[in-house]
Ligand binder design. Structure first.
Ligand SMILES: Nc1ncnc2c1ncn2[C@@H]1O[C@H](COP(=O)(O)OP(=O)(O)OP(=O)(O)O)[C@@H](O)[C@H]1O
Ligand SMILES: [Mg+2]
Length: 313
């Protein structure tokens, strides 16, 4: 039995007063085990909603349809109790905002120990040792001290690393990390990058990495998925995709990076309540044609990659 995660026709909608927000639209993808898959795209493109949908961690008002197959089970069909056996233990999640992930009244040690004590019934003393070892692994110079401190006593970078320590305390098979380098300075970013590389190479953790940090994605990821308006616009190996982006949207994203031309993509993403006809990117696309305005292109295979653009049909 393979350990890939298969997304089949995943749609996530949020019914709202003004209409239904289509945050994720008919996504088909395979996250390969043993790899780091990056999900990139502009703000609001559906990265977090898609990542959260794997463990059904989207807001209570969300409607998720489709299938998410992992080890022959559809995660969308499991009961809460069954899914709780997977959350954190087999598939761990690092949320986008680290501060919401901590309980301010508990010590760092207690928070790292929570998973092992809950899932594996590890005795307190052994769990504390495990917490200290985890902190050591994540480059805390004084883990014995940190284990007894509270989240507010740590810097942003330390909290991010603590989250990694918490999420991997149970040696999960998968880690879904939502913006793990957000707000970190260059040195800590490099540390976190190394840490993810070690997780993959030395601890056999497969990773879904959601990020705006395209340099991180290029360095670390095996495969990249590009999202726009909740839909996959392009997918390929990181090497190929960064070298020769196929979709004009991907090209625009890469050009907007500080070390490139810093040219922002023109226009704004569409309203997810009222999507444009044809290709969802056409109102902003410098290469749009009549066909793009009339009909939505399918996600097609092109030389082992996938792209949603009439240019390649
Ligand atoms: N609970 C909700 N109710 C209604 N709309 C929502 C809800 N959660 C997310 N959305 C909408 O879904 C869309 C996708 O949001 P998402 O958070 O996945 O974007 P993102 O790509 O992660 O953006 P960012 O890069 O800023 O984190 C957005 O338009 C957002 O407003
Ligand atoms: Mg997000």
């Amino acid at each position: 039995m393979d350990k890939h995660i298969y997304l089949e026709n995943i749609t996530v909608a949020f019914p709202a007063k003004a209409g239904t927000v289509q945050a994720v639209n008919q996504v088909d993808a395979v996250f390969n085990s043993g790899e780091i898959t990056g999900i990139i795209g502009e703000t609001g493109s559906g990265k977090s909603v898609l990542g959260r949908s794997v463990l059904r961690l989207t807001a209570a008002n969300s409607r998720i349809t489709g299938r998410i197959i992992y080890k022959n089970a559809d995660l969308l069909q499991l009961s809460e109790a069954e899914l709780n056996q997977i959350r954190g233990k087999t598939i761990a999640f690092i949320p986008q905002n680290p501060d919401t992930a901590f309980d301010p009244t508990m010590t760092i040690g207690q928070q790292i120990m929570e998973g092992p004590v809950y899932h594996k019934k590890t005795p307190q003393a052994a769990a504390k040792l495990l917490a200290i070892r985890q902190l050591q692994r994540y480059a805390f110079p004084e883990p014995h001290k940190i284990v007894n401190s509270y989240p507010f006593q740590l810097s942003g970078g330390m909290r991010q690393r603590t989250l990694c320590a918490m999420s991997t305390a149970l040696s999960p098979e998968w880690l879904i990390a939502d913006e793990p380098t957000k707000g970190l300075d260059a040195m800590i970013r490099r540390q976190v990058c190394q840490l993810f590389f070690d997780l993959k190479e030395n601890m056999q953790v497969s990773i879904i990495m959601i990020t705006h940090d395209l340099r991180l994605a290029q360095k670390l990821c095996d495969t990249i998925i590009v999202l726009y308006a909740g839909t996959i616009f392009e997918q390929g190996t990181a090497g190929e995709l960064f070298q020769t982006p196929l979709h004009p949207y991907t090209g625009g994203l890469l050009n907007a990076q500080p070390h490139k031309s810093l040219l922002p993509l023109p226009g704004m993403p569409p309203s997810l309540i009222d999507l444009p006809p044809g290709c969802k990117f056409q109102p902003r696309c410098p290469e749009q044609t009549e066909l793009c305005r009339l009909q939505e292109p399918a996600l097609q295979a092109v030389n082992g990659r996938r792209v949603r653009c009439w240019k390649y049909a």
